[in-house]
Design a protein around this ligand. Structure first.
Ligand SMILES: CC(=O)N[C@H]1[C@@H](OP(=O)(O)OP(=O)(O)OC[C@H]2O[C@@H](n3ccc(=O)[nH]c3=O)[C@H](O)[C@@H]2O)O[C@H](CO)[C@@H](O)[C@@H]1O
Length: 356
């Protein structure tokens, strides 16, 4: 009988999107289930996956709520134990984050094989907590910061997880007559980008033909739309677009945060990018993610706190005018990504799951 695998996820798109990719990789060979919290549901199509909601409220820093949170956690752990037993789960794969804590603890209680997934260059806190009890951890490199040395042998390096459509879509083209600029902040957007880039875009539009693809949140949508209309700049604004591979493929330059999945996707599609890591990201993981690709010559990094009025205008202008650097970034990305194939990843993951 096929092994029963549970993928536990939730929170942001950075956790949920990889969970859906793991699901797609495994669904033909195993019986796969997924648990997700309420926050994460908006990042997937509920009808496509065998999902169960196990909601884990965010951990509050309010001291008086601690006893309540403690009992709540016990309740969710018991619920998780019952779920794992009822479904007869053989292997749990956690995509990290505090929402996976109860299920990971439940897998420990029941002695169920635990596999972790860490797409960042810094080990997440929840993954660190379970590193001792997990069997293996899937990472994109074996040089992970904050990783306990004695468990280094648990790292299983895989190429970055990408949705199937990324392998089917055409890679990005060079800047030719039009600059197709994608501005993207990760699954939750980056509100600061809206104000940070506006002025530069207006200035650049006087010199170059631009098409702007910009992600923003629902709150800013109308205002941004009005702004581009008034400035007569060709634009397409979106909130969370499931067909992002298509938008990326049509772009030829990008400004982005440094979420692990977004970076992997733009590198795979050879889209040269200015990366502005979120300065407040936990353990500065976004900066480390950006540096990882930067060392391979795949991006330009800007520090958000050092950005002044002209910084982005000058940077974009330089990139557009100096094609050598632009083309060398593209080539570096191409060389880095050639081993990333759906089958290669599939074999690596399946091997670990079947291992005793
Ligand atoms: C603010 C923050 O702490 N973000 C973290 C969060 O991911 P966060 O969700 O911010 O960012 P990621 O780039 O990892 O993932 C976003 C995913 O959403 C997809 N997408 C985005 C916009 C859209 O319109 N359509 C769409 O499909 C992207 O293609 C990508 O697959 O978890 C990641 C994995 O631990 C971390 O690396 C990020 O730093």
């Amino acid at each position: 009988m096929a092994q029963k695998i549970l993928i536990s996820t939730g929170g942001s798109g950075g956790h949920v999107v990889p969970a859906t990719i793991l699901y797609e990789h495994l669904k033909n060979q195993f019986q796969v289930f997924m648990t997700i919290d309420n926050r994460g549901v908006k990042f997937l199509d509920k009808n496509k996956y065998n999902i169960e909601i196990i909601d884990v409220p965010p951990i509050s820093k309010n001291f008086f709520l601690l006893p309540f949170q403690f009992f709540m956690m016990i309740y969710i752990i018991i619920k998780s134990v019952i779920f794992l037993k009822k479904k007869k789960i053989d292997t749990l794969i956690s995509t990290g984050g505090y929402m996976s804590l109860p299920l990971c603890l439940a897998s420990k209680i029941l002695n169920i094989k635990l596999l972790l997934f860490e797409p960042n260059i810094v080990l997440g806190r929840s993954n660190k907590f379970f590193i001792k009890s997990c069997k293996k951890i899937f990472c994109y490199t074996d040089k992970i910061k904050n990783f306990p040395k004695k468990y280094l042998n648990k790292i299983n390096v895989i190429p970055a997880l990408l949705r199937k459509e990324f392998y089917e879509i055409k890679r990005t083209e060079n800047i030719d007559s039009c600059v197709n600029l994608l501005i993207v902040g990760g699954s939750q957007g980056a509100q600061i980008f809206d104000t940070l880039v506006k002025k530069s875009i207006v200035e650049l539009s006087r010199k170059y033909t631009l098409k702007i693809y910009q992600q923003t949140n629902a709150f800013n949508f109308e205002e941004l739309e009005k702004f581009y209309k008034n400035e007569n700049i060709n634009h397409s604004i979106f909130d969370f677009d499931e067909d992002i591979s298509n938008i990326m493929s049509r772009s030829n330059l990008c400004i982005t945060r440094a979420g692990a999945s977004t970076l992997a996707e733009i590198v795979f599609l050879n889209l040269p990018s200015i990366v502005i890591p979120l300065p407040t990201s936990k353990d500065n993981h976004q900066f480390e993610n950006a540096i990882f690709y930067n060392k391979m010559g795949c991006n330009w990094i800007l520090n958000q706190n050092e950005i002044e009025d002209e910084t982005i205008t000058n940077k974009l202008g330089n990139i557009i005018d100096n094609k050598d650097e632009y083309l060398s970034k593209k080539l570096n990305m191409k060389n880095f990504s050639y081993q990333n194939t759906w089958n290669n990843i599939n074999q690596k993951i399946t091997f670990v799951i079947n291992e005793n």
